[in-house]
Design a protein around this ligand. Structure first.
Ligand SMILES: [Zn+2]
Length: 83
């Protein structure tokens, strides 16, 4: 069993784009409606392409958001991260 779960994340960069949809693996179980499929195409690839910088500590930010803001995230169906 893989303990990791992938979380659906909307990342708002500082360039005013529509949120980038990302799939971020965390070391905890997440509610079914916050999960994304592994290998799902993401709106951005780390370090390349669109020129938007994804925080190096994105996994940490997502983990913190899950801890502090789970109700809101569950309601939205994704975890919102702002740059
Ligand atoms: Zn962007």
């Amino acid at each position: 069993m893989n303990p990791n779960s992938s979380v659906k994340v909307h990342f708002e960069c500082d360039r005013g784009h529509a949120p980038h949809e990302l799939c971020v693996a965390v070391n905890q179980a997440v509610p079914p409606n916050l999960r994304c499929e592994a290998g799902q195409p993401s709106g951005i690839s780390k370090g390349g392409g669109s020129g938007c910088r994804i925080p190096d500590n994105l996994q940490e930010l997502v983990t913190r958001e899950l801890r502090d803001n789970m109700q809101e995230s569950r309601r939205q169906g994704y975890v919102l991260i702002r740059d």
